[in-house]
Design a protein around this ligand. Structure first.
Ligand SMILES: [Zn+2]
Length: 438
């Protein structure tokens, strides 16, 4: 019977197959062990002596996580290992071992430890029979193997936690919130309606497997929480393994080393959200003011416009027949909507664009141009004198106002560039003079 190890166990260095021998034979180590067991028993021959011993079920693994000092001592080792005849990392027979199984003489109370080669099925049979009440003859090979498998797994877990437990808990606490925000993926087409932000948002999922390749793969890792203990993940590692696999542990360390960057990203996202909320507050105030100014009464259409963050409009005002028919369609869709709009994301995008155009508001291209000129001026101000320039982009700026601002900014930028050029020429000239003087 083979013990089935997962890929991760193998990566973690677990390559050994542990099977219980039926009994001890005439090999060198077997003979040494028989002799030692007799010495520590009441009976004076092995056949009687072996019946005095049984496995207790206690196990300990001195893995690479549990480094033993040159004198064979290990501070993580339990007393029954430390106090056994040969101490840590040796079987009672003197053989080097990593898997320690506790055995006990039930006649005189002696406690010893043997390795995986010497945990014979007899020792296990007696333990299973006494702890479960099943007759020794009814115990199958399968039950013995299961007994070993359970303990091997627990040995690996205990060793891992002894070494990394504290660090793991600390790191997991540090990264879990950010992981749920950063290690996500967005559905390429699906959106849902966010009634707080009054916007369509892309459907978001936790990233369940790593994406990309090379360095990108390291950034686009699968969610740490998903892998470790997400309740919806029936195969989460906390349940299936009891300790994180090599890949997860590595990813946690990576994610934690970039935590400042991740928190900054999250802050940016939160800020965008906050800006939208403020924009909506402004929108509501303007909306109410317009209703009052025009003496309009609340209807299903006006209520829904406000609820969806869409400015009031009248489809009769559309400049072309094409726009008119589109706006008319949108009018009915808004009017007939419930809590969520009957309009898709592309409908709302097109509607906003059409309304901007009709109201002669600044276009996106104009606003982008203004931002670009302004950031160039801010940059230039670090090295050169820059006159005062308009800094505010007021909400509801019209297309004409935007055009005016663009021309002011362009003039200032031109003069700054000209000044920079003159300064550069002067620098080159003075360098040439200095060189010539030597
Ligand atoms: Zn041994």
């Amino acid at each position: 019977m083979d013990v089935v190890y997962t890929r991760d166990d193998i990566e973690d260095g677990v390559t050994e197959k542990i099977e219980a021998k039926r009994d001890l034979g005439e090999g060198r180590w077997d003979r040494v062990l028989k002799q030692k067991m007799v010495e520590l028993s009441v009976a004076d021959n092995y056949e009687d002596a072996k019946k005095e011993w049984k496995a207790t079920g206690n196990v300990w693994w001195s893995s690479r996580y549990n480094v033993t000092d040159p004198y064979g001592r290990n501070e993580n080792a339990p007393d029954w290992v430390t106090n056994s005849t040969n101490g840590c990392n040796q079987c009672l027979c003197g053989h080097n071992i990593v898997y320690h199984f506790e055995i006990e003489n039930t006649e005189n109370g002696n406690v010893e430890c043997v390795g995986s080669d010497h945990i014979t099925s007899y020792l296990i049979l007696r333990e299973i029979s006494e702890s479960t009440g099943v007759d020794m003859n009814a115990i199958t090979e399968r039950m013995i193997q299961d007994w070993i498998n359970v303990r091997v797994k627990s040995m690996i877990q205990d060793a891992w936690w002894a070494e990394n437990g504290e660090e793991f808990e600390e790191m997991f606490d540090e990264v879990k919130e950010a992981d749920l925000r950063i290690n996500v993926r967005y559905h390429p087409t699906k959106h849902y309606w966010d009634s707080t932000l009054r916007q369509h948002k892309r459907v978001r999922y936790l990233r369940k497997r790593a994406e990309g390749s090379g360095p990108a793969r390291r950034r686009e890792m699968a969610s740490i929480v998903w892998r470790w203990n997400h309740p919806e993940n029936t195969r989460n590692q906390q349940t299936t393994r009891g300790y994180p696999n090599e890949r997860l542990w590595l990813d946690m360390n990576r994610f934690s080393s970039l935590i400042e960057e991740h928190l900054e990203d999250i802050e940016k996202k939160d800020m965008t959200k906050q800006q939208r909320i403020e924009w909506l507050e402004n929108f509501d105030a303007e909306f109410d003011a317009k209703m009052e100014a025009q003496g309009m009464v609340e209807t299903r259409f006006t209520t829904n416009c406000k609820r969806f963050g869409i400015p009031l409009f009248s489809w009769q005002d559309a400049p072309t027949a094409w726009d008119k028919s589109f706006l008319k369609k949108m009018y009915y869709a808004i009017r007939d909507s419930g809590d969520e709009p009957k309009l898709g994301k592309s409908d709302i995008d097109r509607l906003e664009k059409t309304l901007d155009m009709m109201s002669n508001l600044a276009t996106k291209e104009q606003k982008d141009k203004i931002s670009s000129y302004r950031s160039q001026l801010v940059e230039a101000r670090r090295t050169d004198y820059v006159p005062r320039f308009p800094y505010q982009m007021k909400p509801g700026m019209t297309s004409d106002e935007a055009e005016q601002q663009i021309s002011i900014l362009r003039d200032i930028l031109d003069s700054v560039r000209a000044m920079q050029e003159r300064r550069l020429e002067m620098e080159i000239e003075s360098r040439q003079l200095t060189d010539g003087g030597e």
